[in-house]
Design a protein around this ligand. Structure first.
Ligand SMILES: [Zn+2]
Length: 307
């Protein structure tokens, strides 16, 4: 697929406290992978507007994040979700880069856009910032696709090792979005059981046992996600691309390899080509072992590009 990378410069200015697993070095690792693949990223994007955020988040949450933004030092939104002076701008640029990704595939400038931004977003709920996430970048991009481009259907596939609770909380009230998450069950944030299918039936959850490796993970994607994507036929496919299901990741216990991420990139790109008008927007979420993140993100991106 003709592939662009959206890597907002502001994403490097978000600094949780020393020792926090979600640090700027992660994005530097992803950017090394992007450079090795030979793609020159776009780095400047309009900040997401309040109206764009409000398609997903309630006004009180938006106000809370803006008000918490510190002039200096660090401010905590909860025990693991922090803001530094650059964080608000980083979160707004991440959301802006995601929406610009949708705009690029809709305009036919590219078939795939990889949004290499931080902070991550998929744990941010409509009314609550949490799990390292301030605003829900992928949900904001999905809502933008529906509202701004007038699309009838969007799909979000979340392959981060943690359940995409925030995206699900939005999609539960948005039947035009099919949301599918494959994750390690019974770890943070504790949601994502298989019976959580949503009152509109548009939610798919595939909790995996600790230790699950590539073959079983791929089988679950093939049998429970790809056929639903084919049937739903979204106008654009978005992916919450977390790389923390890698066996080297320190925060969780699945056992994917670099090759599994190449497989995932190819499978999702082929699904986008066959069922989503060749429109794919992937948004970086987790991945906390920088060496594994660099290799897996590179493998994923290369596979998307050659699909
Ligand atoms: Zn994660």
């Amino acid at each position: 697929m003709r592939t662009l990378v959206h890597a907002p410069a502001a994403s490097l200015d978000h600094h949780p406290p020393q020792g926090h697993p979600e640090h700027a070095g992660r994005l530097e690792a992803v950017l090394r992978a992007v450079s090795a693949v030979g793609i020159e990223p776009r780095t400047e994007f309009p900040s997401a507007s309040r109206a764009a955020l409000a398609r997903v988040h309630i006004p009180a949450l938006i106000d809370q994040v803006f008000a918490a933004s510190p002039q200096e030092g660090e401010a905590a939104l909860d025990a693991d979700t922090w803001m530094s002076p650059g964080s608000l701008k980083a979160a707004l640029a991440a959301a802006g880069a995601g929406m610009a990704g949708v705009d690029a595939v809709m305009a036919g400038e590219a078939e795939a856009v990889f949004v290499a931004a931080r902070p991550p977003g998929h744990h941010a709920e409509p009314d609550r910032a949490r799990g390292f996430c301030l605003f829900n970048t992928v949900a904001i991009a999905a809502a933008h696709a529906l509202a701004q481009h007038g699309l009838a259907r969007v799909a979000v596939v979340d392959i981060d090792v943690h359940h995409g609770n925030g995206t699900q909380a939005w999609a539960e009230n948005e039947p035009a979005c099919l949301f599918a998450s494959i994750h390690q069950g019974w770890i943070y944030p504790g949601t994502g059981a298989a019976h959580e299918t949503g009152r509109h039936g548009n939610i798919i959850n595939l909790p995996m046992q600790a230790g699950t490796a590539g073959p079983a993970w791929r089988r679950a994607v093939e049998t429970a996600i790809l056929p639903r994507l084919a049937g739903f036929a979204p106008d654009v496919l978005l992916v919450s691309a977390g790389f923390d299901a890698h066996r080297d990741d320190p925060l969780a216990g699945l056992a994917l390899s670099d090759d599994d991420y190449a497989w995932a990139g190819a499978a999702l790109a082929q699904a986008a080509r066959a069922h989503a008008h060749s429109r794919l927007v992937c948004v970086l979420e987790g991945g906390y072992d920088c060496a594994a993140l660099e290799r897996s993100a590179g493998a994923f991106l290369r596979a998307v590009q050659s699909a």
